[in-house]
Design a protein around this ligand. Structure first.
Ligand code: TXA
Ligand code: MG
Length: 333
């Protein structure tokens, strides 16, 4: 079907998206965090296409998206009380929960793990799409593996358009950074495995106790989702040592030509780099605004005629922790 549909089309037609997904094809979908590359999560052939199009290693499992807690009952064996409470408060929202899987979820989705990652995203178009479908959607971020996640439909078309027939346009992602992932460690402690669009402080307020954060960096992860190098621009990126450092001349003198450098800064321009080669995350120092702008501005810097990017860390609390995590992984060589 749809042989006449040219690839990489952007539009707002739920009927087109549903027909493609029903036929086992891929569709770009908007969420409040980042855009996803979606396929029928119960169809291994469709899921395999996701890995091929993203050039993603199959040891890195996918998140299953659905639109109701009731539907999740068919994919998981049970939902522990503390995670049920989180789900009830946060969903639809930027939280992914690792839960014990049922066999209906293909091995390819979970990379053979005994848990499945599930999430109800907060975007009206995608929720309506999920309601209309007879199956949940497996959807990683819609970027080539390792590259910056997309926060607009155009970002998806630019990078994967040749291989994706349709991208549902839901406007710019409101949060701009991927969902926070929680699950249980081997000792059954509730643990954050990926910092993301829901802050640790907010999670702790909901569950009423401190939560362990365990986002290891490794090149050969024992648990997936923790690759050191990720979210990276094509250009080299150096993370500055601290948010307060404003005079970068010593660092620049060591390494490169100022004229060929750019910078991603938090609130104000650095004095040593040409202003047109800098991007400001949030003039007012608002971390939610910074998160929303992060990937778009990194992409902009990546297309400028510069050969290196300096990034200033942001204050390390709230969404700032997730932003700093992304910058650190983007800088990893
Ligand atoms: O905000 C988001 O979560 C976006 C939107 C599209 O929903 N999706 C997203 O998917 O960021 P992706 O594939 O780029 O990242 C999913 C992460 C991966 O790091 C993967 O290793 C981890 O979730 N993951 C998935 N299933 C897992 C599991 N069973 N155990 C541990 N980690 C898992
Ligand atoms: Mg991703």
């Amino acid at each position: 079907m749809d042989d006449n549909l040219s690839t990489g089309q952007i539009g707002g037609d739920l009927g087109v998206a549903k027909a493609l997904l029903d036929a086992g094809q891929l569709v770009g979908i908007p969420t409040e965090t980042v855009y996803g590359l979606a396929a029928n999560a119960l169809d291994p052939d469709a899921v395999l296409r996701i890995f091929q199009v993203k050039n993603r290693p199959t040891f890195d499992p996918l998140i299953v998206h659905t639109d109701s807690l009731e539907k999740i009952g068919a994919f998981v064996t049970h939902i522990p009380d503390v995670t049920r409470r989180l789900a009830e408060v946060v969903w639809p929202g930027p939280l992914t929960i690792l839960l014990p899987r049922q066999n209906i979820i293909p091995d390819l989705v979970t990379a053979g793990l005994s848990t499945v990652a599930v999430r109800i995203p907060a975007h009206p178009l995608t929720l309506a799409l999920l309601q209309s479908l007879a199956f949940p959607l497996a959807a990683p971020s819609a970027n080539p593996f390792g590259y910056i996640s997309p926060t607009t439909a155009q970002h998806v078309a630019d990078q994967l358009g040749q291989q994706v027939p349709y991208i549902l346009d839901g406007g710019p992602a409101q949060i701009g950074i991927e969902s926070t992932i929680v699950g249980f460690a081997a000792d059954e402690t509730l643990t954050v495995f990926r910092l993301g669009g829901l802050s640790v402080e907010t999670l702790e307020a909901i569950v009423g106790q401190p939560i362990r954060v365990q986002t290891h960096s490794t090149d050969n992860p024992a648990a997936p989702g923790m690759l050191s190098s990720h979210y990276a621009p094509r250009k080299g990126l150096t993370l500055l040592p601290n948010p307060e450092l404003m005079d970068t001349s010593s660092i620049l003198a060591e390494r490169r030509d100022i004229a060929a450098s750019g910078a991603l800064v938090f609130q104000q321009l650095l004095p040593n780099i040409p202003p047109t080669q800098q991007r400001i995350l949030s003039l007012t120092g608002n971390l939610a605004e910074a998160a929303k702008n992060l990937f778009r501005l990194l992409r902009e810097l990546d297309t400028l005629p510069i050969d290196h990017i300096y990034a200033q860390p942001v204050p390390n609390f709230g969404l700032g922790r997730a932003i700093n995590d992304r910058l650190a992984r983007a800088s990893y060589q």
